[in-house]
Design a protein around this ligand. Structure first.
Ligand code: F6P
Length: 255
């Protein structure tokens, strides 16, 4: 804490809390766009936050991405995690296997000494496949677990970057740029006012299911994500934002 004072990080945290309207903001030093270890520092902070909230038998839903992969890699074993279950918050979103929510949820569980459950849903789902898959008993079982999650940990991305990374169709990319999408989280794309421009079809947690009963931990850093973070925080729930100095300073510019 004293170190944070010296680095001026506490001031950044307070300013961000009031700018974004988030109750709690944690800023780690550095910029994850420039140095990869910064993601691990955000990961360390996220693990502390998670451990302070989680109770025996809780379900923890996690999203994918490189930031969440770094968070999972910092997870530590804890006896109270024994009966905790990690689940992916949503199904396939076109990520590489190491960045998929399923993989990351299993990684969290194995490091924590917890349980995990997989959600097998292909990336490209037709309307028909989506409707029938949702009715599968095995899918329904894990969906019920996901919806019961006490804690949700997710990343936030730059809209254009995410559409490219997911090899989205040209039609979708055009739609996103025409409607000025800036941020993405949970498979939802937002404009700068936080309005949903496009939603990727997949099974799992829907944005409007992130209610008061779920403790939402948002983890995103790097100066390039400033606009995306701001867009997400306009309308979407977050109980704590864990970010880095790069994103924080960029978010507070021109104030
Ligand atoms: O695709 C999963 C996801 O969590 C997205 O919702 C988010 O935009 C992205 O990953 C963040 O990825 P990264 O941490 O690699 O920037």
């Amino acid at each position: 804490e004293m170190m944070k004072e010296l680095l001026g990080l506490s001031t950044l945290e307070q300013r961000l809390q009031s700018k974004l309207g988030v109750t709690k903001v944690i800023v780690v030093s550095g910029d994850s766009d420039d140095n990869d270890w910064v993601k691990h520092e955000m990961g360390r902070a996220a693990v502390l936050e998670l451990n302070s909230k989680v109770k025996a038998k809780d379900v923890i839903a996690v999203m994918g991405g490189t930031t969440l992969a770094a968070v999972a890699s910092m997870m530590t074993a804890d006896t109270k995690m024994k009966e905790v279950v990690f689940v992916p918050a949503r199904g396939g979103l076109g990520e590489r296997v190491e960045n998929q929510a399923n993989t990351i949820s299993a990684e969290f569980a194995s490091r924590a000494g917890a349980e995990y459950r997989l959600l097998h849903v292909p990336d490209q789902l037709s309307e028909e496949a989506y409707s029938s898959l949702r009715l599968e008993p095995s899918v329904q079982e894990i969906l019920a677990l996901i919806k019961s999650a006490a804690v949700v940990i997710h990343g936030i991305g730059v809209a254009e970057t995410m559409a490219l990374r997911r090899n989205s169709a040209a039609k979708i990319k055009n739609h996103l740029s025409d409607d000025e999408a800036v941020g993405e989280a949970f498979g939802y794309y937002f404009n700068k006012n936080g309005e949903i421009i496009y939603k990727q079809r997949t099974i799992g947690l829907q944005l409007d299911e992130l209610d008061q009963n779920k403790y939402v931990i948002s983890v995103a850093g790097g100066h390039s994500k400033a606009k995306a973070i701001l867009a997400y925080m306009k309308n979407c729930p977050s109980d704590v934002l864990i970010t880095d100095e790069g994103a924080a300073r960029s978010l507070l510019e021109n104030e």
